[in-house]
Ligand binder design. Structure first.
Ligand code: SAH
Ligand code: SF4
Length: 364
């Protein structure tokens, strides 16, 4: 006999089939049950607490050509920028002075020595200006083991690298087949990061044409098998100047459906992994003005307000209609504070907010 959603939600552990049943929920009543349970698990394992990571998008120059991304190398319509050292440090200082526990540096991918040592220097400076108090997450793409190690030694201690999808056939469709975009390398990078001692984050894009509910469940099982500490995932959004943005215009499921799937992914990941950090991402808000609050209510506990220099914000566009590019950092913070408080979560200013899962592994 098929299990009911209600029955599955009473369990403590779940089979792959259970997770698929949850991912295929198609009525509001069960959906509410799922989100309610996920929020309870969040409250129990990580608390009704939200941590901020100030996000600094330091450059849109990229050597990669991912077929979904607006700043891919071959998009010649992008005005390329680098935030200067002073601009990055000023943003870092703002984040520190406003008592966010951590910041995240993100950019297009570059592997040249000039870039690697620039990041190394920034990490040391950020550590210095915050008296070692700011947590630092990096999201700078695929690098060699040596580069990851240099950045770790300079002060980076968390790294976000999305696997994008664990359906390898779909992964191939998302990327050019030129030996520079392989699933094996991306997975190996996650293993290298773990090996070096980083808290490792990954995630996927949700609602891609050709991506099934089973695929999404397998993504969540991948997080568990890879002992991932932090999850950052969000709906796929078209970018009009990309190959897939054009090819998929008619094929992609509705924005509402992508938001719903995105929230299901957060909730089911929370149920299955329990004590990891999960972000409610900008992309979720890009498709739904209430996306972030909904994400927190479905089990997320991390928000990443942008602190990119104002004059560059409108050039770091991975997808169309990115929200918040006109807002100042102050406006971003205020609107975010209001959102968090409105649902009854507490904002944990001044704390790193490491995932309890990472801490539990360390103490073993
Ligand atoms: N270059 C680095 C970090 C910046 S891109 C990297 O690729 O890891 C960060 C993330 O943005 C990617 O992992 C991808 O999941 C997401 N992204 C890119 N284009 C997107 C789109 N069109 N819709 C939704 N997410 C997108
Ligand atoms: Fe570059 Fe990252 Fe965009 Fe790929 S997803 S093109 S690596 S910025």
């Amino acid at each position: 006999m098929n299990k009911t959603v209600e029955g599955i939600l009473k369990q403590d552990d779940y089979t792959r089939d259970d997770l698929i049943t949850l991912m295929k929920i198609d009525n509001q009543e069960d959906l509410n049950r799922l989100f309610k349970k996920a929020y309870e698990i969040k409250a129990k394992y990580v608390g009704r607490k939200v941590y901020y990571r100030g996000l600094i998008e330091i450059s849109n120059k990229c050597i990669k050509n991912c077929k979904y991304c607006g700043i891919r190398r071959d998009n010649t319509h992008v005005e390329r920028f680098d935030m200067t050292r002073d601009e990055v440090l000023e943003a870092a200082k703002w984040i520190y002075e406003h008592n966010y526990g951590s910041l995240a540096l993100q950019s297009g991918e570059r592997q040249d020595e000039e870039f690697v040592s620039y990041i190394e220097d920034l990490l040391r400076e950020i550590k210095r200006l915050s008296n070692g108090k700011l947590g630092i997450t990096l999201s700078l793409g695929e690098q060699s083991y040596e580069t990851y190690k240099r950045w770790f030694d300079a002060g980076g201690h968390r790294y976000l690298l999305r696997i994008e999808t664990t359906n390898e056939k779909l992964f191939k469709k998302l990327h050019p087949q030129d030996n520079h975009h392989t699933y094996e390398v991306r997975k190996r990078c996650l293993e290298d990061l773990r090996d070096i001692g980083y808290q490792v984050g990954t995630g996927v894009m949700i609602g891609l044409p050709g991506q099934s509910e089973e695929d999404l469940v397998d993504d969540i099982i991948f997080y568990k098998n890879m002992k991932i500490d932090m999850i950052g995932m969000g709906p796929y959004i078209l970018h009009h100047e990309t190959p897939l943005g054009q090819e998929w215009k008619e094929k992609v499921i509705s924005e509402e459906k992508r938001v719903e799937l995105g929230l299901k992914m957060i909730a089911i990941t929370r149920l299955y992994l329990k004590n990891v950090n999960i972000a409610a991402t900008t992309a979720l808000q890009g498709l739904d003005p209430k996306g972030r609050e909904k994400g927190l209510l479905a089990g997320a506990n991390i928000l990443m307000p942008t602190a990119t220099a104002q004059q560059h914000k409108n050039k770091y566009l991975l997808y169309d209609n990115k929200p918040g590019i006109e807002d100042s950092v102050e406006q971003c913070q205020q609107s975010m504070d209001e959102k968090v408080l409105s649902i009854g979560d507490k904002i944990m200013y001044g704390e790193w907010g490491d995932s309890p899962f990472f801490k539990s592994k360390k103490s073993k």
